[in-house]
Design a binder for this molecule. Structure first.
Ligand code: 13P
Length: 251
């Protein structure tokens, strides 16, 4: 049984006051829900990690960063290492988001190095993959996602510590989503690819999230697909009611 995971990627949003209040509201809801059947993860910007960790502590909400360095320490101005994140109290980190791949030229090899460094530091890791609109329109989706997975999955992958998020680039922030059949097709194919890369047992137990314009009104359709084990939510994770409504769709 794979426990559902509802993850919020705040991206470059949130100043101190609003960020703390959003985290506090979520933590209270999560804590008050009796034995929630889903895990909850939030990834605020680096600047808010300390504050957010403080306000959610003992609520069961899992907090992490949106990126990390592939290095442990040293002359890498502006970067943050996974060891630093672990030291701060983070439980995980997102790597390979398409915005990092596009804005910072992150290749599958870089994403894999980051994911391996994060695991070595004791963090959980959410690895993002997904095709562009052009790749979708030219029928390349399954091959693109397959190659991203094969090249960015750490050798030491376990189902407990690694989560994969399928986020079609064209669905992010656009209000567009693939059809339910398309999402299920990609997720089933990812599980198949993972079986080859990390073995059938891990592939069966690893959580596969869908991300890209997940909203309260489409969450149920997406989250009840057989190979969808949760959501990675951007815009709607900045509004407590929307994010909580998405989480409730797993019930
Ligand atoms: P939106 O939910 O805003 O489309 O963003 C998805 C995303 O990129 C999460 O990582």
């Amino acid at each position: 049984m794979r426990k559902k995971l509802i993850a919020g990627n705040w991206k470059m949003n949130g100043l101190t006051h609003d960020g703390i209040s959003l985290a506090k509201d979520l933590a209270n809801l999560y804590k008050a829900s009796d034995n929630p059947i889903f895990d909850m993860f939030i990834a605020p910007p680096f600047t808010l990690l300390s504050n957010v960790l403080e306000v959610v502590k003992e609520s069961g909400v899992w907090v992490g960063a949106q990126d990390c360095s592939m290095y442990d320490a040293g002359a890498h101005t502006g970067d943050v290492s996974p060891i630093m994140l672990k030291d701060l109290g983070c439980g995980g980190v997102i790597v390979g988001h398409s915005e990092r791949r596009a804005d910072h030229g992150e290749t599958n090899e870089i994403v894999k190095a980051k994911a391996e460094a994060a695991l070595k530091a004791g963090l959980g890791v959410i690895i993002c993959v997904g095709e562009t609109l052009r790749e979708r329109e030219t029928g390349k989706t399954l091959n693109v996602v397959k190659e991203q997975l094969q090249k960015s999955i750490p050798t030491e992958t376990t189902a407990g510590r690694v989560v994969i998020a399928y986020e079609p680039v064209w669905a992010i922030g656009t209000g567009k989503t693939p059809t339910k059949n398309d999402v299920q097709e990609v997720h089933a194919s990812m599980r198949h690819v993972l079986a080859d890369v990390v073995g059938a047992e891990i592939a069966q137990n690893i959580r596969l999230l869908y991300g890209g314009s997940v909203k309260p009104n489409n969450a149920k359709d997406l989250l009840t697909l057989p190979d969808v084990d949760g959501a990675l939510v951007g815009g709607a994770s900045l509004k407590v009611n929307d994010f909580w409504a998405i989480a409730q769709a797993v019930m």
